[in-house]
Write a new protein. Structure first.
Length: 109
């Protein structure tokens, strides 16, 4: 990977580490906060590479609250289990009441 990609990934991890317990944000919200609109997919790549980096990647979902990254977690329902252990309600791979648990780094940081 190019050095600037690694720098972007590290910036993504810095934001993701600040998502509070019981809250979620979206790939696009992280990208927007970092001044890189339309980079949701790159944020997703960063989340996929975040294992062993102490990053709560389970708290990053798509803009509709879908657990689109769940197949990157060990176990079939680990992402869902982690979110549910934080009190987040999920039905059919989608967070219910997304607005009540949504954390926007643009407004919070």
């Amino acid at each position: 990977m190019k050095p600037e990609t690694l720098n972007f990934f590290e910036k993504v991890y810095q934001v993701a580490r600040q998502i509070p317990y019981g809250k979620v944000t979206s790939y696009g919200a992280i990208g927007n906060y970092l001044g890189a609109p339309r980079s949701a997919r790159m944020v997703g790549y960063a989340m996929n590479s975040s294992y062993n980096k102490d990053v709560p990647a389970h708290r990053v979902v798509n803009k509709k609250g879908l657990l689109t990254g769940k197949h990157h977690f060990n176990g079939t329902n680990l992402m869902q289990q982690l979110l549910e252990s934080e009190g987040i309600v999920i039905n059919n791979n989608q967070i219910q009441n997304l607005q009540s648990v949504y954390w926007d780094p643009q407004n919070e940081l």
